[in-house]
Design a protein around this ligand. Structure first.
Ligand SMILES: Cc1cc2nc3c(=O)[nH]c(=O)nc-3n(C[C@H](O)[C@H](O)[C@H](O)COP(=O)(O)OP(=O)(O)OC[C@H]3O[C@@H](n4cnc5c(N)ncnc54)[C@H](O)[C@@H]3O)c2cc1C
Length: 509
């Protein structure tokens, strides 16, 4: 049994994952989190007695047997009896009265799209072929590539090679650019607006393929229940969790990290320190601006070329009516944080009745895209005029509510805003830079970004989290949390097999 101590800062999905795999490897683990609860960006909260969910639209890795699914079970995010909800579609997009649906049943979607626009038949067939091609590659995420079995690397290479034309076309093309290939304006509009957080065509097809293959279900109970299960797994393995404990900076001895100091001045010592939070915050605050990560900073500083997605979200309680989930429609354009918004996507959470429906009323959320460049607006407003900031949030809530009523008149008198958050809220809650909720996007000009989390001239220190591999999101927060421990195990010559060669079967399967 190895009893070296690993100290982890940040109990988001990545920090919890690192903590659990460290405990499984035999380390003593201390996890420090600034907030009163775990989860970071993957969270939910209560307003007026209603549960509001702030994260999971889909969880990649819900199909039994793949690496991610095994890892979600390893860390307790999914348990044998966790019910996975599958939505019938990735969304219905209505443009000038015509509805285009991204059905999970690809055959049905293809047929319906061709009926909508027979003239686009060839392009539609090609679109669905690309979705299937991209779905066919099972990305191995249980080990960093440098530690992967060469046969697995070879298999991945061959799988990608097999569908290479689809990769080549989609990696370097924006959805907007691609949409122009279609004659149907409704299909063009749907393809352009399908993906929250924009990104390139590859990400869009990957997300759609994930939903269509059933690998992007939603665990019943939502985000909060999921991270609480992870917390329980961490505690049951003997980890020490300190909530309400913001870390001020990393303690060093020479060129070695030896612990941390909290905002309260308390010191914790360890053999290894992992920062499982935003790298920009880590460099500037926890590491007191004394180290640099050139590869990361280069992208971070040119944020117009390397956008990260953020959002405002309006959450409402409403009469539970029958609309597609999610349902997107055009609206009269309005500005949010400097971005012109011309559509509303409503997400009726009634797919999980026990969690979201009460007395015939459901919870609806509306995510409004914002990017790195819009953060400044919210940050300035918050700092210079907190009253005006609050007022802006209220106005945004009412604006969105009225747009929903205009589209669905039966909502009149049956809908109420419960909460509104902005990029500034995300930044305040988790220290995420510019309120980003994911890492760097794949764009048409910028491809893959990965980082091993090591900082030059600082030993026994590592970064992890969604930023270490673009575009971030829950699956990469998970895998990067595991990678950090695999890297430490390698340094420590620990041969614990944290492999995922198991298949977690459903209790009732
Ligand atoms: C609205 C929304 C919808 C989303 N939908 C999806 C989705 O459908 N699917 C998907 O895959 N992903 C989704 N995401 C993204 C997902 O939530 C993130 O990718 C993931 O949670 C990031 O995890 P992380 O552990 O890397 O970082 P974080 O969650 O940012 O964790 C960092 C942790 O460190 C803590 N911390 C920060 N500073 C300190 C300090 N000084 N001391 C101590 N602790 C500190 C923070 O409080 C936080 O708990 C969504 C996010 C949002 C906001």
């Amino acid at each position: 049994m190895n009893r070296k101590t690993i100290l982890i800062v940040g109990a988001g999905v990545s920090g919890l994952t690192a903590g659990i795999y460290a405990l499984k490897s035999g380390y003593h683990v201390i996890l420090l989190e600034k907030n009163p609860s775990v989860g970071g960006l993957c969270t939910g909260w209560y307003r007026k007695g209603r549960y509001l969910d702030g994260c999971i639209h889909w969880l990649t890795g819900t199909n039994e047997g793949n690496d991610l699914n095994n890892m979600w079970h390893d860390v307790g995010a999914l348990e044998k009896d966790t019910k996975i909800i599958q939505l019938g579609s990735w969304g219905t997009f209505e443009y000038q009265g015509q509805k285009v649906t991204f059905w999970s049943d690809l055959k049905r979607a293809e047929k319906e799209w061709i009926e909508i626009s027979p003239i686009d038949k060839k392009e539609i067939k090609h679109f669905f072929k690309m979705v299937k091609d991209i779905m066919s590659v099972d990305l191995p995420l249980d080990k960093p590539v440098s530690m992967m079995n060469p046969f697995k690397v070879l298999k991945l290479g061959l799988d990608v090679l097999n569908v290479w034309p689809s990769y080549l076309l989609t990696m370097r093309m924006s959805c907007e650019q691609y949409a122009k290939r279609f004659k149907s304006e409704a299909i063009r509009w749907a393809i352009t607006h399908a993906q929250p957080g924009a990104g390139n065509l590859y990400s869009m097809l990957f997300c759609y393929g994930t939903i269509a293959s059933g690998n992007g279900g939603i665990p019943e109970g939502g985000s909060k229940a999921m991270v609480e299960r992870m917390k329980n797994r961490f505690l049951s393995l003997g980890g020490t969790l300190k909530l309400n404990t913001p870390v001020s900076h990393i303690l060093k001895k020479g060129n070695k990290a030896v612990g941390v100091v909290t905002n309260e001045g308390e010191k914790y010592y360890a053999d290894y320190v992992i920062s499982a939070l935003d790298p920009h915050y880590t460099l500037n605050h926890l590491l007191l601006n004394q180290y640099s990560l050139p590869k990361f900073e280069k992208r971070y500083d040119s944020f117009k070329k390397n956008p990260t997605p953020s959002c405002c979200m309006v959450i409402l309680e409403a009469k539970d009516i029958n609309v597609p989930v999610p349902y997107s429609f055009e609206c009269e354009p309005f500005y949010v944080g400097g971005e012109l918004i011309s559509h509303i996507t409503i997400r009726n959470h009634n797919y999980d009745k026990d969690t979201f429906v009460k007395n015939g009323k459901t919870i609806i959320s509306v995510l409004i895209d914002q990017y790195s460049e819009h953060y400044q607006y919210w940050n300035k407003l918050y700092k210079e005029n907190p009253m005006k900031y609050r007022l802006k949030k209220e106005q945004l809530g009412l604006l969105v509510m009225n747009k929903i009523i205009k589209k669905i008149p039966e909502m009149q008198g049956n809908i109420e805003v419960l909460d509104v958050f902005t990029p500034k809220t995300l930044n305040r809650y988790t220290n995420s830079s510019r309120g980003a909720y994911m890492g760097f996007l794949f764009t048409k000009n910028k491809g893959m970004f990965t980082h091993n989390g090591m900082v030059k001239n600082l030993n026994n220190f590592m970064m992890t989290g969604q930023w270490m591999q673009c575009p971030g999101g829950l699956p990469l927060a998970l895998s990067q949390g595991k990678f950090a421990i695999q890297r430490i195990n390698k340094i420590e010559h620990i041969k614990t097999a944290l492999s995922t060669n198991r298949v977690y079967k459903k209790e009732n399967a």
